[in-house]
Design a protein around this ligand. Structure first.
Ligand code: AP5
Ligand code: MG
Length: 214
């Protein structure tokens, strides 16, 4: 099972990825998490990535493609994978197509921008694992503490309102073409493309997705 989750920042891609990967025993490949783990290093690459992520704009296609390519080649991806945040441009999507990487399902999670702002303001994450919480909608058992490790939770560096505006702008600008790309692929190839109402509660969105995938 090879799945792509598309959706604006804060639409719930990371949250739903956790459910799906647990249910279907496939790895989650999150481009954002791969990039954030590199940011922790003191390297030329990390400095390059920071220049883009700190402004909420997409990193160059060739950079993210080489990172994802390495990840997809690992053995745990043989029986499938879920891509969270990749592809983000038609160039990235075309790269996968040209490489013969077959995709079974593409979901576009739809959430309006005004709902997204509240989600981003209240988001807290556990950096090492990528676990995602929300102070109101998905709170940890103990205030600001990761349920599994007991580590403190953090606010993502790009979850500031001015950076969020850039991220939303980037998403709306680039996703139009990407959505068209997959709509077309669903007609000519065997890719199943679905739009999902992401404004429902977390478990309801999960049910919408698993009803299709089951
Ligand atoms: P990335 O990390 O992918 O960020 P994003 O796309 O902006 O998406 P988010 O992670 O912010 O949101 P999400 O949809 O995962 O929502 P979540 O589940 O956390 O990318 C970061 C940066 O990396 C980019 O800006 C770019 O610079 C770079 N990058 C990444 N991929 C790239 C690529 N392919 N090419 C180039 N550059 C790339 O949920 C959000 C909050 O809402 C949480 O608090 C959650 O608890 C809550 N929530 C979730 N669902 C619900 C619900 N149904 N109801 C109520 N609350 C909910
Ligand atoms: Mg995410």
């Amino acid at each position: 099972m090879r799945i792509i989750l598309l959706g604006a920042p804060g639409s719930g891609k990371g949250t739903q990825s956790r459910f799906i990967t647990n249910r279907y025993k496939i790895p989650q490949i999150s481009s954002g998490e791969i990039l954030r783990s590199l940011l922790k290093e003191d390297s030329v690459l990390s400095k390059k990535i920071k220049k883009f992520m700190n402004f909420g704009i997409l990193v160059p296609d060739d950079l993210i493609i080489s990172l994802i390519k390495n990840r997809i080649q690992k053995n745990d991806c043989l029986d499938g994978f879920l891509l969270d945040g990749f592809p983000r441009t038609v160039f990235q999507a075309n790269y996968m197509k040209k490489q013969g990487i077959k995709i079974d399902f593409v979901f576009e999670i739809l959430v309006p921008d005004d709902v997204i702002i509240n989600r981003i303001i209240g988001r807290r994450i556990h950096l090492r694992s990528g676990r995602v919480y929300h102070v109101m909608f998905n709170p940890p058992k103990q205030n600001n503490i990761d349920d599994i490790t007991g580590d403190p939770l953090i606010i993502r560096g790009d979850d500031k309102i001015e950076i969020l505006n850039n991220r939303l702008f980037e998403y709306h600008k680039k996703s139009l073409f990407l959505i068209d790309f997959y709509k077309y692929e669903s007609y000519i190839n065997n890719i199943k493309f679905y739009k999902i109402d992401g404004t429902k509660e977390i478990f309801e969105v999960h049910n919408l997705l698993s009803n299709i995938l089951d």
